[in-house]
Design a protein around this ligand. Structure first.
Ligand code: MN
Length: 249
């Protein structure tokens, strides 16, 4: 059994190596990961330049591209892998609420699902992260469970794990995505030649952290698991939209 592991923090991320080491106790693991931090790369593919692959020891490969590139290459020809599952992470930081729209971690899992394989995304939530081993153990348990009882083919799991030692986890909660306030403003600076530059600001604080949300679960010490659909059609908006567009032409 082969598992494909990727991430968006890059090949040298401690979350990636901890995850791969944990999964290697139960399966053959192939790691294909970006050569640098690609956090917030979302679901981007690199189309305007060629991609190169650099093999490392221990069934690992570096790609000079995005998380989606990595999974895409690994499955569609570069390695010709038919993984039992794609596992993305362990991300260094939360992927809660609207984070999932920007997340390269979630996108790598989604790409695996697009290409026909079960997939999960795993993130460790907190500051000054210490317990990647906790998230790795959680990931391993989810993988083993999914192998026995798979989920529908249109679904991936977005898993967020509080940064505590494994025995201190309160349990697992199935959650919906919450929402954040809008992002902090851009941070303006000046380059050495006097030109203005900008840094994208921090994500907003949680706004909707209601009891059934991913935010609330991790705040209360639970592993949060949110099923995400590949099909993002707003099905409940279909029929209202029919009469709305009738006025157009
Ligand atoms: Mn990241």
């Amino acid at each position: 059994m082969k598992l494909l592991v990727s991430n968006d923090d890059g090949i040298y991320s401690p979350g990636l190596s901890t995850l791969a080491t944990s999964l290697r106790t139960v399966a053959e693991v192939i790691v294909v990961a970006p050569d640098r931090n690609q956090s917030a790369a979302s679901h981007s593919l690199t189309l305007e330049r060629p991609l190169r692959i650099h093999p490392l020891d221990n069934n690992a490969y570096i790609v000079n591209g995005t998380p989606t590139d990595c999974v895409h290459l690994a499955i569609t020809g570069m390695l010709g892998i038919k993984p039992a599952m794609v596992i993305s992470g362990i991300n260094q930081g939360a992927n809660l609420g609207d984070d999932v729209l920007y997340s390269g971690t979630v996108a790598a899992a989604m790409e695996g699902r697009f290409l026909g394989f079960p997939a999960i995304a795993v993130s460790l939530v907190g500051e000054d992260l210490k317990y990647f081993s906790t998230a790795a153990e959680v990931a391993k348990r989810f993988v083993m469970r999914l192998l026995v009882e798979p989920l529908p083919a249109n679904t991936i799991l977005n898993i967020n794990v509080p940064d505590v030692s494994f025995p201190l986890l309160s349990g697992v909660r199935v959650t919906r995505l919450g929402y954040r306030h809008i992002s902090e403003p851009v941070v303006e600076g000046v380059d050495p030649r006097g030109g203005k530059v900008y840094w994208i600001g921090s994500p907003g604080r949680e706004q909707d952290g209601g009891p059934d949300t991913d935010f609330c679960a991790v705040r209360e010490g639970f592993v949060s698991v949110t099923p995400l659909l590949v099909d993002i059609t707003a099905h409940e908006a279909l029929s209202p939209l029919v009469s709305w567009v009738n006025e157009l032409l």
